[in-house]
Design a binder for this molecule. Structure first.
Ligand SMILES: Nc1ncnc2c1ncn2[C@@H]1O[C@H](COP(=O)(O)OP(=O)(O)O)[C@@H](O)[C@H]1O
Ligand SMILES: [Mg+2]
Length: 236
């Protein structure tokens, strides 16, 4: 069983209160897909809440300028001055000052529209792909899991998340058109592995919005399984 399978099994098992599996290696998990509306933010929020409920120390990082994960936890992005953007750009800023506590359990580093400027500002910087990895370093020892909710694009922000990641989850809406963009994302992950992150394991595919009563959903799920085999999480 792969470690990410263990996380999911662990979440389910722990929810039924049986036993604990400690995860040590796969700490930073990027939740990525350049398509919007496939369930990245929902996965980050629910997985974070479930792991936290299970007693794990979880940090959620909102890495989407739209701040959906921040809003989902009851914060107004426009009223926040300390965000993941501050941590990326201001080298004198202590990232711990951006951490918010949530009612769901996990801690959260929020995002707002400022983050969209980072994509441009980092472009001219040396090592622009590793900014998030460097920013999160001081927090690695404080959390069991750090879940990064990526924006719906394959730009520099998502690259930063992939470079920082120990594992990647790709939520895929079981709708044909959305499944199409996967090839580009997988190629990007390959490049990131080659250049920056040699230990990055193959991403795991999370079929989402599966409607078992539609032929279409079943066909897409089968296509995913044919193409990606054990990389695809079992759906329930
Ligand atoms: N499994 C699901 N079943 C039903 N609705 C879902 C599911 N996953 C996500 N959604 C809904 O779909 C919309 C898009 O999800 P979201 O997580 O914001 O996607 P993304 O972050 O990839 O843009 C949201 O309204 C969310 O509540
Ligand atoms: Mg989102």
């Amino acid at each position: 069983m792969d470690e990410l399978d263990k996380i999911f099994t662990f979440v389910i098992i722990k929810m039924t209160n049986c036993f604990t599996i400690k995860m040590v290696n796969k700490k930073i998990i990027a939740i990525a897909n350049q398509n919007g509306g496939v369930g990245k933010t929902t996965t980050a929020m629910n997985l974070g809440a479930a792991l936290s409920e299970a007693g794990e120390n979880v940090l959620l990082v909102d890495f989407d300028p739209q701040g959906t994960l921040t809003i989902a936890h009851g914060f107004d992005p426009d009223n926040l001055s300390n965000t993941i953007y501050t941590a990326l750009i201001d080298h004198h800023f202590n990232i711990k000052e951006a951490i918010l506590e949530t009612k769901n359990g996990p801690n959260l580093i929020p995002a707002n529209l400022d983050l969209s400027a980072a994509e441009v500002e980092l472009l001219s910087e040396l090592g622009r792909e590793t900014y998030l990895k460097e920013s999160l370093k001081p927090l690695r020892n404080s959390y069991n899991f750090i879940l990064v909710d990526c924006p719906p694009s394959l730009g520099l922000l998502t690259i930063n998340a992939l470079v920082a990641a120990d594992a990647i989850i790709i939520p895929v809406a079981t709708q044909y058109l959305r499944f199409r963009g996967l090839k580009l994302l997988l190629e990007t992950i390959e490049k990131v592995r080659d250049k920056f992150n040699p230990n990055l394991p193959s991403p795991r595919i999370l079929p989402n919005m599966f409607q078992s009563h539609t032929i279409h959903s079943r066909e897409v799920l089968q296509e995913l399984k044919d193409a990606f085999g054990p990389q695809v999480f079992e759906t329930v």
